[in-house]
Design a protein around this ligand. Structure first.
Ligand SMILES: NC(=O)c1ccc[n+]([C@@H]2O[C@H](COP(=O)([O-])OP(=O)(O)OC[C@H]3O[C@@H](n4cnc5c(N)ncnc54)[C@H](O)[C@@H]3O)[C@@H](O)[C@H]2O)c1
Length: 270
């Protein structure tokens, strides 16, 4: 049951691949809260077809777009305004991919073509989405744009590889674009730094199972799951957070401020 937190709001949700995707949960929650939105993903991801089930369930239209293509983004954002009947109130950027990770390249042995591709998909695409929406004057005042990040942007998690650099860039874009979009259109821009979550992108990281268990034990509240992340996104899209902008917001059960926990200490008692 929703509370009409997003009643009358229009959005664009990037990145729902399957039921595990964080974006999938956000779409379900946004629907419950009364929003109407367009779902989008890379044309290649569409082939799996699962997004159509989500579209049916939430009464949304699917418009394919490669988030690295300005042409696709322009078409997506213009068509979204037509389909939804007006300017946009919220955008979720839930996109990440590293070719170096996929191909098992070590951080100290990157293939730089892979690096540039991953940077474009995971971070520059966020700038491209906002630059395009700004040029098209597509956002309503007090609109909210959120991208998903991870704490490897601030601290070293060796197997996160070049995604750590991509997330640092992503968070920097949120601050810098957030400044300009705030001044010009009163649009707010934030990143949510989420706990490790069992999704297609997440489980691509080496040693992910061990890592998710470690993180669980290092978080006073335990890992936040995808559904809880969706709740947080909804709050950030709602009118209840109108003055929150240019922030990286940790949604991680307290992991980011924990040095060690009793549970982890006990593992070392001899
Ligand atoms: N799963 C985790 O542990 C975790 C933790 C913190 C942050 N995040 C972030 O959450 C976001 C969503 O990931 P997820 O865990 O839900 O996994 P996911 O694999 O379900 O989602 C990633 C999405 O990115 C899309 N994508 C890839 N290339 C694209 C392109 N060129 N254009 C448009 N879309 C493209 C994929 O099709 C997919 O839908 C990512 O930014 C990820 O880094 C994930």
């Amino acid at each position: 049951m929703g509370n009409n937190l997003l009643k009358g709001k229009r959005g664009i949700i990037f990145g729902a691949l399957n039921e595990q995707s964080i974006a999938w949960k956000v779409a379900e929650r946004a629907h419950e809260e009364g929003a109407s939105f367009v779902l989008t993903n890379a044309p290649i991801a569409m082939r799996m077809g699962e997004i159509n089930n989500l579209a049916e369930k939430t009464g949304s239209k699917v418009i394919p777009a490669d988030a690295t293509s300005l042409e696709d983004l322009e078409k997506l954002i213009s068509e979204s305004m037509e389909v939804l009947g007006g300017k946009i109130d919220f955008i979720l950027h839930s996109i990440g991919m590293s070719v170096n990770v996929r191909k098992g390249r070590h951080y100290t042995d990157e293939n730089y073509d892979f690096t540039m591709k991953g940077l474009d998909v995971s971070a520059l695409s966020f700038h491209k989405v906002m630059q395009t929406s700004k040029k098209l004057n597509a956002m309503n005042e007090w609109g909210s744009i959120v991208a998903l990040s991870y704490i490897a942007a601030q601290r070293v998690f060796p197997d996160y590889n070049d995604m750590a650099d991509n997330k640092s860039y992503l968070e920097s874009v949120a601050r810098s674009f957030g400044y300009h979009y705030g001044v010009s259109d009163k649009v707010r821009v934030n990143t949510i730094s989420q706990s490790p979550t069992m999704t297609t992108a997440g489980s691509g990281v080496k040693g992910f199972n061990e890592f998710i268990n470690f993180s669980e034990k290092m978080s006073p509240l335990g890992n936040a799951d995808a559904a809880a992340c969706a709740d947080y996104c909804i709050v950030m899209f709602s009118d209840l957070t109108r003055y929150v902008t240019m922030q990286n917001l940790f949604h991680d059960g307290g992991f980011s401020n924990t040095g060690v926990t009793q549970e982890v200490i006990e593992k070392f008692s001899s």
